[in-house]
Design a protein around this ligand. Sequence first.
Ligand SMILES: [Zn+2]
Length: 322
Amino acid sequence: MTTGLIHDPRFQEHDTGPRHPERPERLAAIDKHLRDTGLINRLHLLPFDRADMSWVRRVHTRSYVERLELACGQGRMYIDVEDSAICPASLDIAQLAVGGALAAVDAVMKHDFDNAFCALRPPGHHAEMDRSMGFCLFNNIAIAAEYLIAHHKLERVAIVDFDVHHGNGTQHIFEPRRDVMFISLHQDPRFLFPGTGFAEEQGIGEGKGFTLNIPMPPFTGDEGYRKAFHNQVLPALNRFKPQFMLVSAGFDLLAADPLANMLVSPECVVWMTRELMAAADLHCMGKLVSLLEGGYELDALAECVGLHLRALLGDNGDIHTT
Ligand SMILES: [Zn+2]
């Protein structure tokens, strides 16, 4: 297997200030782990640059983009909510993150690589069409899905989101549509931000049935995630038959994470990655791009990203943390 990697020290220039969990050190920890383990030498660094704003505007309203431009230009500390910290460089870096997602999609569509992982920030899945939420500025994965449909002319794109928080932004962008299926596994919204993602939320209008929310009680472990995959995620993917698989890979479902209460092991993340790859093999010649969302305990994040990448590279057998 060949795996492309979106990786750039410029992503660390999005400065969220002291004591913010979504901090530049997250990517520094991943970078160090990839070098220390030699994994970096097995991955293909993809060239990319900032996305054309026309792609951002297909998902986000003009007024939101203008507000973000203004807030960064004025040196404001956050946009919309205090969680969404910004600095003067944040607009450029958010645009760069979108550019990374689109370059990864292009590379996999051109068959340059079997799959790709985007080690980017700011994350995206909470960003709504018209506002920021939960550390997210532009919805990277939603823009990538829209790009696959509008530019690459695909008719069915699946987004599977295993970040411990519900991907509210991604859901709301696509819930009236049937060309993008959104599947999210997350901690029960009664007990965790952002408070949406109940099982009853299944899409609206002609998009009904193309949103699948799987809320899980706090302290769910591997068994609960495996059961959800077998009973819900994989059957839904088999019905939908995606032409491309996008993954919102949040590593805050790990037991070590300080922002949530799940008890998932890194081995289970490897298992889920392989199941999604197998579904992609079945339906779309393995075309899969995974994008980093959350994950706030630096060692657990870096190690699990390494394992996720080894699964994407097709390493066989047990993959353990070292
Ligand atoms: Zn999260």
